[in-house]
Ligand binder design. Sequence first.
Ligand code: CP3
Length: 339
Amino acid sequence: MRKLEQTLSGITNSPPPLWLMRQAGRYLPEYKATRAQAGSFMDLCLNPTLAAEVTLQPIRRYGFDAAIIFSDILIIPYALGHKVEFIEGEGPRLSKLPEQFQQWRLELNPKNYQPTCDAIGKTRALLPVETSLIGFCGAPWTVACYMIDGRGGAFRQSKLWAANQPQVLEKLIEILIQASAEYLLAQVQAGANVLQIFDSHAGLLQGEAFKNYVIEPTKQLIALVKAKAPAIKIIGFPRGATGVELEEYATTTGIDAVSLDTHVPLSQAQKIQKIKPVQGLLNPTSLVAGGKTLADETHAILRSLSDGPFIFNLGHGITPDTPPEHVAELVALVRNQTP
Ligand code: CP3
């Protein structure tokens, strides 16, 4: 069994398996070159050959234990018929969903997500056998946020729907659960070995709303996927969740491992690790800093979490200003080699 899947089955590996969120991206010159060749970011996501190429680039450079398929969580709104664009230096822009969205026919068109599945097939064929391939989607709440507000930011409209329009939000979430299950299963069929669900905006919700829009939809999505692919391991990333909410996420959703962000204290990470394998924690800014900052934080994380199942990763994605040499430093630190 590959190292990542071993850890996800509860085995403690030393050194732990290592991969980084956004490991394919603008900090790599070879990514920028392929991106320029593709045209826009969406053109790159929808070109299976080039998407496979950028997925493989960080594996060639660093030999990570896992590759994550190059795509985006906004492929689901796109496959539901939304207009999705990425504006240079600003981020995503989507057609905004009105409260009367029932009049929009939100139907999933498999043709629109097929390029990601084709990229998975191509990547799996070219990856070293010992490297896992991760498929992914956004969690229903996080994807709903982009569909409701039409862009990144404070997600004011989405929070208002959660507070004042629970029935409308629930209808949208229900559509997203079904669509995401179909999409994740198609990725498994295409060759994904592990799945990750990104709930990047889980931290916007607390209490009852966290239960209704983070816990419940995640639980239903996982149940739908596991009903048809019982062996697949799923990592959940409820970014911004802390305390009892994080603990409830680990205990009740059926997730196989929890990816923790930079704000989770190591003492709480140890508590969560008693419930499920954990992933993450390194501050992406420490990777920009490099040197002693990076070494000290990496060692502190390894000391705290190496006695149980742990996947070394960042608390959020690599930022474009990260020097590629610092990533090599990190790989050496985690694998206990002299850089
Ligand atoms: O290497 C990988 O991690 C795989 C590819 C991947 C991307 N996006 C590529 C990408 C993954 C797993 C995602 C997930 C994603 N997309 C999330 C969840 C994780 C997180 O970061 O919280 C979210 C919220 C999105 C939506 C999204 N996509 C935003 C808000 C942006 C703009 C911000 C930015 O960094 O520019 C994107 C664009 C995006 N997705 C880029 C990449 C490499 C940068 C765009 C570019 O290359 O021009």
